[in-house]
Ligand binder design. Structure first.
Ligand code: INI
Length: 158
């Protein structure tokens, strides 16, 4: 039996982090979580590019530009949507989620989803490093694992 899985070793891999400024109290925490994981995984500073966009709705387009350019091994998407602040919450959440998934499949590129959808600011804080982990760290871990997996799959002998 042969088994294949990714590794948490990011040496030599390039990552783009797309982070939205809306709710930046939360998204900055997600960004710090993601950066800390990438550094611990051995990713070199010059191989990390942070790109800021206005809101979560803009994340998929920025992710798509990086995917198209083909110069990174994974894109990490970070944002925070908080219900109550907008009647558009559900529309935006649906579009962002669909858009991120589409970019990954269209470009065969790991694009990880670190977008918090929460009912309250408190919930969002909990998921960005307080009581319930940090969605930014989780998205970065997934990106490293998937980037190494995709590499291994493409170099695997047929
Ligand atoms: N963008 C967010 O990232 N989070 C939100 O909670 C949010 N709310 O509440 O409206 C939000 N709106 C802005 C949206 O993402 C776009 O930037 C805007 O509609 C312009 O396209």
């Amino acid at each position: 039996m042969n088994e294949l899985e990714g590794r948490l070793d990011g040496k030599g891999l390039k990552f783009a982090i797309v982070v939205s400024r809306f709710n930046d109290l939360i998204t900055e925490r997600l960004l710090q979580g993601a950066l800390s994981v990438l550094r611990r995984a051995g990713v070199e500073e010059q191989n990390i590019l942070v790109v800021r966009v206005p809101g979560a709705f803009e994340i998929p387009l920025a992710a798509q530009r990086f995917a198209e350019a083909g110069n990174c091994d994974a894109v990490i998407c970070l944002g925070a949507l908080i219900r109550g602040e907008t009647p558009h919450f559900d529309y935006i959440a649906t579009e962002v989620t669909r858009g991120i998934g589409e970019v990954a499949l269209k470009y065969n590129l790991p694009v990880s989803y670190g977008v918090i959808t929460a009912d309250t600011v408190e919930q969002a804080m909990d998921r960005s490093g307080l009581k319930q982990g940090n969605k930014g760290s989780e998205a970065a871990l997934t990106a490293v694992e998937m980037a190494t997996l995709v590499r291994r799959v493409s170099t695997e002998k047929k």
